[in-house]
Design a protein around this ligand. Structure first.
Ligand code: ZN
Length: 340
């Protein structure tokens, strides 16, 4: 028995981190979220070149497709390989047959020149017709001038801004600094430490697995009403698993919680990429509703149709050779890990 649903959406991803698994341990054990960024993610993104990025994105897109996720809203940073990076990601996703909304995370971490190059990569990609948002890493790594420039570029190009907001406590000033700039089409990732009524418009991407993994706390997304979607923050794009985790986190915080709430967050991803409504995912399981999926392990897509084309059949991708993608990704992961 099977059931067919629209494609799932990962509302916040980092395809560049697909090669991180198995990386060498950091020089010392991080003891808080700031140290996790500095000792793990900011070392990893600095070491990336475009060839590593290509196979990281290929692997991430493949793993999304294999989980019935037909659209990824990506947030990218590779400070030593900025120019062209969004096209590399978009090309890899197109090759696998998955939709992607790209953004380059602008930041002043690498000086004003780095911020300018990040802005330019967003502008170039969008001006050439790429599907995307303007990316900002987070308010706490950007000057006011950079935040204003990114918001202004997004307005000029008619797209929103994709930004991390209050993931950890170090980003406490974000609501105040972003309030004059934010709009309804912004995508705010995490919001763990965002106040109850932040006065910030936009969609909130809740990333329960990542938040647990980083020990940053529970976002309590019901505080934000109906404007919540689910993301993975780079830990794959298995959105049914992310839903299951979102439900148990909600339940751990409030034992009266129903899985219908997290199911609604999963479905709301379609508001970010409306085309997924026409994608078809045929699952290995017949009862694709909140109460069944919340408690059923191992549900897999057997067939996926994106934009009228069968891109997964009998659980295998049709456009790429999954074994070859994994082998090439492993080669690039070895190069990346050697650099670390
Ligand atoms: Zn993120």
């Amino acid at each position: 028995m099977t059931a067919t649903t629209p494609g799932l959406v990962c509302g916040h991803h980092h395809l560049y981190s697909a090669l991180a698994r198995g990386m060498p341990p950091p020089p010392r054990t991080p003891t808080d979220f700031g140290a996790i960024l500095e000792l793990i993610w900011w070392r990893l993104d600095t070491a990336l070149d475009l060839e590593m990025l290509r196979w990281s994105a290929m692997l991430g897109a493949l793993e999304a497709l294999e989980q019935g996720t037909t659209a990824i809203v990506d947030h990218h940073e590779s400070p030593n390989a900025i120019e062209g990076s969004l096209s590399v990601i978009a090309g890899a996703c197109a090759e696998v047959g998955v939709r992607v909304v790209c953004a380059y995370g602008v930041t002043d971490r690498h000086g004003a020149d780095g911020a300018q190059r990040g802005l330019e990569e967003n502008r170039r990609f969008l001006a050439e017709g790429g599907r995307g948002l303007v990316g900002v890493h987070a308010a706490f790594t950007c000057s006011d001038a950079t935040l204003e420039a990114a918001a202004g570029l997004a307005t000029d190009l008619g797209v929103g801004v994709h930004v991390h907001v209050c993931e950890g406590t170090q980003d406490h000033a974000a609501p105040e600094r972003l309030r004059p700039l934010a709009r309804e089409d912004w995508l705010l990732a995490h919001a763990v430490h965002l106040p109850e009524d932040p006065g910030l418009p936009g969609t909130i991407a809740h990333n329960p697995r990542s938040n647990l993994n980083n020990g940053v706390g529970y976002a309590r997304p019901t505080r934000f009403g109906s404007r919540v979607v689910l993301g993975s923050d780079g830990i794959g794009a298995a959105m049914l698993e992310e839903f299951q985790l979102a439900y148990v986190c909600h339940r751990a915080d409030d034992v009266t919680a129903s899985p219908e709430t997290a199911w609604g967050w999963l479905a709301a991803g379609a508001e970010l990429v409306p085309e997924v409504a026409s994608d078809e995912v045929t699952w290995s399981y017949a009862r694709m509703d909140a109460w069944h999926v919340a408690f059923t392990p191992g549900i897999r897509p057997v067939r996926v149709v994106v934009d009228g084309e069968v891109v997964l059949e009998h659980g295998r991708p049709t456009r790429v050779d999954a074994d070859e993608v994994r082998a090439k990704a492993a080669e690039q992961a070895a190069r990346l890990h050697a650099r670390l």
